[in-house]
Write a protein of this length. Structure first.
Length: 403
């Protein structure tokens, strides 16, 4: 059957070329669009992790639900012993301590409300590989009274590296405390809203400002993002669920989850459209080929071939076309993906951001297999109806097409 199908295909080179082109370009389009969307997911994931959230965060139970209204009720009072325990887990590169606060930032002429983080500068620099420095530099471990401000904060107060600022915040006992800092850098993350209010200062200075030795959050920086869920499960088992909550970056990244859901739905619609285009293109080619060969099929049935064999012959021919077209489409898609990725695709800033990026097209095995399956299934579906109609056609009527 396969040998006969191949011989028949070789006799119809023009029709075969048209059908192959429809399948090939449809599959290649799926490989390219799928690789592009996957790159968007990966880049958004990594920028979310490496500019702000880290891989895993540990807090007092209830911090993310009630911490904004009562931040001092959810302090980790003995972070050092907990850090030493967390550093023993395989895959943990750093455990970062953060102290959150809100207050006012003043340059002596104007002030603006801020959300602040006391951080460990060296560890934060190693984590924050996607944190863009718009001016100045990162905080260093010896910057006792240095401060980094978000780009929006710098624009509001017209701040530049070297400027002196004052941070004012309320302590746990309700007193107002203030410290003077020198701006060492202006940073930019993927979130414009965050940059409009955020500042970062050394953990020791933040603890002095808040008159506490505690912290709010421990952030785990892992060697690979793929370790996040397994390691988070191990940490949950090792800590008391009544005292601590362990959240992954995915739990905290609401924007990422919304963007992924949107892109997946759009890609699903695109897949469906391409599937319909392939089916229509293949159906048209198969119908024309079968119409021209109706007399041939009538002769086969007249000399004793069963209708089922005629049906299977047409289906086998189209399946072979689907396999060949899908393979060509996958190879073409991979070649184009590599060529386009070599140059990169400049992209405008995403929503709620003012930073553009360079997109690439990733060759993802799951996407490639899906594209291959779509091309093959579309080809088979396209052949079912015309093959069925031809096989059921009366022999006399089919033979009349030879005249």
């Amino acid at each position: 059957m396969i040998a006969l199908a191949l011989r028949n295909l070789m006799r119809q080179k023009g029709r075969v070329a048209i059908t192959l082109a429809a399948i090939t370009f449809g599959v290649a389009a799926l490989v390219l669009t799928g690789g592009f969307v996957e790159d968007v997911f990966v880049q958004l994931r990594e920028v979310t992790i490496h500019s702000q959230l880290g891989h895993v965060q540990i807090n007092r139970r209830g911090f993310h639900e009630h911490g904004r209204t009562a931040p001092f009720d959810y302090l980790l009072s003995d972070p050092t012993s907990l850090v030493e325990k967390l550093e023993q887990f395989q895959g943990v590169e750093n455990v970062l301590q953060r102290l959150n606060f809100s207050g006012l930032l003043s340059n002596g002429q104007a002030d603006t409300p801020i959300i602040g983080e006391g951080v460990e500068p060296g560890k934060e620099t190693r984590l924050g590989t996607f944190l863009r420095i718009a001016a100045g530099r990162h905080l260093a471990d010896d910057d006792a009274l240095g401060i980094m401000v978000g780009q929006g904060v710098a624009g509001t107060l017209n701040l530049r590296p070297g400027d002196a600022v004052t941070v004012m915040a309320s302590t746990p006992d309700g007193q107002l405390n203030s410290l003077e800092f020198e701006v060492v850098g202006v940073f930019q993350t993927f979130s414009k809203d965050y940059d409009d209010r955020a500042v970062r200062l050394p953990l020791g200075a933040a603890q002095e400002l808040m008159t506490t030795d505690s912290v709010h959050t421990l952030v785990l920086h892992l060697d690979r993002t793929e370790r996040t869920d397994p390691l988070a499960g191990q940490v949950r088992q090792s800590l008391s669920p009544r005292d601590f909550e362990v959240l992954t970056w995915h739990d905290l990244a609401e924007f990422y989850r919304s963007a992924v859901a949107l892109y997946k739905r759009q890609f699903g619609v695109l897949q469906f459209i391409i599937l319909c285009m392939v089916i229509l293109g293949v159906t048209n080619s198969v119908n024309m080929a079968i119409f021209e060969r109706t007399g041939e099929f009538g002769t086969q049935m007249a000399i004793g071939d069963r209708r089922r064999r005629v049906f299977m012959l047409i289906l086998t021919e189209t399946t072979l076309l689907g396999v060949l077209g899908s393979v060509c489409g996958v190879l073409l898609g991979i070649a184009l993906a590599l060529a386009i990725s070599e140059a990169g695709i400049p992209m405008p800033p995403p929503p709620n951001s003012n930073t553009g990026y360079v997109a690439y097209i990733r060759v993802v095995p799951a996407v490639v297999l899906t594209a291959f399956a779509v091309g093959l299934v579309a080809s088979v579906i396209a052949a079912l109806l015309p093959a069925s109609k031809t096989a059921r056609m009366p022999i006399v009527e089919a033979l009349r097409r030879n005249i």
